[in-house]
Ligand binder design. Structure first.
Ligand SMILES: [Zn+2]
Length: 295
């Protein structure tokens, strides 16, 4: 069900906002109205467009499951972080930022992006500044930089309504994603902690539960702890030296092989890869004769 809080509307996504959908937000300022992350539902967004004035589309970050129906809003000003804009300007850059190198997988992704996510290269956007406060007319929004998931991920805080839009720091049991070329585990941890410290009374996450009307409390720690649990599993697995392929093939993060295999294999490998880099940087493992070992 959609829920209205003053000038802020939570628009629940299809299939509980699970990928490829999300939950969107509509902001009805007295001067300017905005849709945040238009990927919730073709039907709902088409209806919204017919019934309401929409001036701007805001994207929390560059991922496809946050802009699936962006093409419905061609006439609106697009706003995003400058740091996250490059993948929106060209398909090749988009695929590069995911680190997809295999030619077949690139072709597969191109088709998915064109057909399922209506990808179209964007020529221009208006960029947010970190921590700026935007007045939409009787509705104020603070733009909170929360890098890590992507370099330019933004969360949005509505100080008067005490509502915090978390974006993809979504408090799911799976835990945070930081598998892209420019994702960062360090920054993800900092961003989770910053979001946790913001004095909100309601929280909106992009996927699954979506709306939290009570303090998520322990969910914050659980979500951050997933990072350390992944790390521990990898370290345990390195009781004997192992190659990157061996570590990725053990499904330590997803727990078991998932379908469609080529997607989840890729995801497992990039997440494991990020942890390996992180462990190496922190001096906990070293590479010796193509195998990683604990220090
Ligand atoms: Zn994302």
């Amino acid at each position: 069900m959609d829920v209205q809080f003053g000038r802020i509307r939570f628009i629940r996504g299809d299939n509980s906002g699970k990928y490829p959908f999300n939950h969107s937000v509509y902001l009805e300022g007295n001067n300017t109205s905005v849709v945040i992350d238009p990927s919730c539902s073709m039907r709902k967004l088409t209806e919204l467009k017919e019934k309401s004035k929409i001036d701007q589309v805001w994207l929390s970050h560059w991922h496809e499951d946050h802009m699936g129906f962006l093409n419905l809003f061609d006439n609106c000003t697009l706003r995003i972080s400058q740091r996250d804009f490059p993948p929106l300007t060209a398909m090749e850059i988009f695929l590069n930022w995911y680190g997809i190198r295999d030619r077949q997988l690139r072709e597969l992704w191109k088709n998915i992006m064109l057909n399922n996510f209506n990808y179209r290269p964007q020529k221009e956007a208006s960029f947010f500044s970190d921590d700026e406060v935007i007045d939409l007319g009787l509705l104020k929004v603070q733009i909170i930089p929360t890098p890590g998931h992507t370099p330019g991920h933004f969360s949005f805080f509505f100080p008067n309504e005490e509502i915090l839009f978390l974006g993809d720091y979504d408090l799911t049991t799976f835990g945070p994603w930081y598998g892209d070329v420019y994702s960062s585990i360090e920054q993800t941890i900092q961003s989770i902690r910053r979001l946790k410290s913001i004095p909100a009374r309601r929280w909106i996450a992009s996927h699954n539960t979506g709306l939290f009307e009570e303090n998520p409390g322990k969910l914050w720690d659980d979500y951050e702890n997933v990072i350390y649990q992944r790390e521990e599993k990898i370290l345990d697995f390195l009781s004997e030296p192992k190659s990157l392929e061996e570590i990725a093939g053990a499904w330590l993060i997803y727990g078991k092989l998932r379908e469609p295999k080529e997607f989840f294999e890729f995801n497992e490998r990039v997440l494991v890869g990020k942890h390996i880099e992180y462990l190496e940087r922190n001096g906990k493992i070293v590479l010796y004769k193509n195998k990683y070992m604990k220090v």
